[in-house]
Ligand binder design. Sequence first.
Ligand code: WT7
Length: 592
Amino acid sequence: MEKEIHKQTHLTPNLPDYKKAYKGFQWEAVRTELGLVPPVNIASKAVDQHARSWRRNKVALYWEGAEGQNCKYTFYELQKESNRIGNMLLNLGVRRGDRVFVFLPRILELYTSVIGIAKIGAVAGPMFSAFGPEALRDRLLDSGAKVLITHASLRERIHQVWDELPELKHVIVVGASAPSASLRAGSGGHVPLRKGEVSFEREVEKAPRGLEVEDMDLEDPLYILYTSGTTGKPKGVVHVHHDMLSHYITSKWVLDLKEEDVYWCTADPGWVTGTVYGLWGPWLNGCSQVTFEGRFEAEHWYSIIERYGVTVWYTAPTALRMLMKAGPEVVKKYNLKSLRYILSVGEPLNPEVIRWGMEVFGLCIHDTWWQTETGAIMIANYPSVPVRPGSMGKPFPGTEAAIIDGKGHKLPPGNSGILALKVAGPLPTQGWPSMMRALWGDEKRYKEYFTIPGWYTTGDTAHVDKDGYFWFIGRADDVIMTAGHRVGPFEVESALVEHRAVAEAGVIGKPDPERGEIIKAFIVLRHGHKPSIELEEEIKEFIRHRLSAHAYPREIQFMDGIPKTRSGKIMRRLLKARELGLPEGDLSTLED
Ligand code: WT7
């Protein structure tokens, strides 16, 4: 094992004594600390409460555009803008419980829309701006979304599938009739709107600033995020207002956020990290956040840290590996002294990256583990606990993690098994406030997480050492983690067979030094089509545009046949074993 890393921050951690906190933990105490008296709305706690306090003119969001433009928004401005959006939605007939989906780049309107939706008790569905028509259709159809808020630059993708969405009544377009508030370049045109579309700016203009925020029951839905499993279409993970307890206390104890911090979460709110730790959690703590509209670019990222004086930074191993690859000369050009605490999530954090971080930032990068389903960080490294490089850390107070076998027996330290979290009480009252409450419209798949009595099974395998540190091993299923994004092989396979030349497809994750895994597709062509580089490129582009830029196969291999079981299931495991030159395992179910 690598040496433990002890010195981590020069400030007193918000969680000074992990052991003590774990032992005596009570959610009731967090409820009291946050002043949570239901009925209450998360948006009142995360935004309005600050806008009415001395934090009124404190910067809530530093926004940097893709081209380097920038703006600041105070808590008061967030309150005002989200109120108007809430009123706009009410004017359009949106009511409590209705689903309002958001398909926007990382501009101010993305944040104020999600807050505005929550304020009127509607359910927000943030979607990543790289999604193509197929991904949008699946989510909007399944959730029965009534309204979509999108951007002039993205609306074309909705037009392609709108016919298939009978419940979608209005599409609100940002940047069609006026420049959006974030001064986004390229917007501000006068785009002709089609039937069913309305201009965001015009509607907001008409809407009053005063809004009676809807009082919510803690168990009322707040947001839905779609995530992938091995089989079937993406599942709509439902989270509720109660989640705010977990958002608040994990942001405080794990991210170690303090009043004067400038915090930057690099994730998009279309993923759970961006919704929970790039929006609600830090704002529940009254913290100033940075958001960057653009994509990854090493120099731009470093310059953001320098120019905004970022102190706490939550990012992903892929990004860190890409920064590492950009080389030491690039880092040296920037003053990164403001940084005091760095965290990572989404895939295994290699000890090599931790060593690199110690060299260039003089700081230890802290790994955290959680899932869309858990709604908040579940296992983490804390500022007051020595880090064992390569370990995800220890369970968050109030949660019990264990390595179990298929019968629910706990395995002793050192044994690999299923990573599970203890759940108590009848469904859906689970072990901690931010646990998912349902999969939208899919009770059957929801129950599959709880087939071992007393446990929520995570789909990951891991082991725990004798001192209680958890070590990630891998996924127990075929889910692919590429550049920190979860992709279901079935979704990619379904999109592939829509291509005119593709008869059959099998998709796996192939280990990759930078992205963790890349998506590799094995393809059987239809009669009359021949493998070629051109066809390969065409298929890749097809998936990029139809499904999503993050989910296209970077590698394609044409085959004569795909190994399947006698019942016709694609044997991805065998594809993978052959790809990696590993033992092929039990082939008794392979069709002849
Ligand atoms: C899956 C959840 C919520 C974070 C973003 C991903 C993998 C997550 C780690 C980690 C190794 C990790 C797991 C997990 N994962 N964190 N620290 N080390 N693997 O959320 O899309 O719901 O995916 O991400 O496989 O099950 P998600």
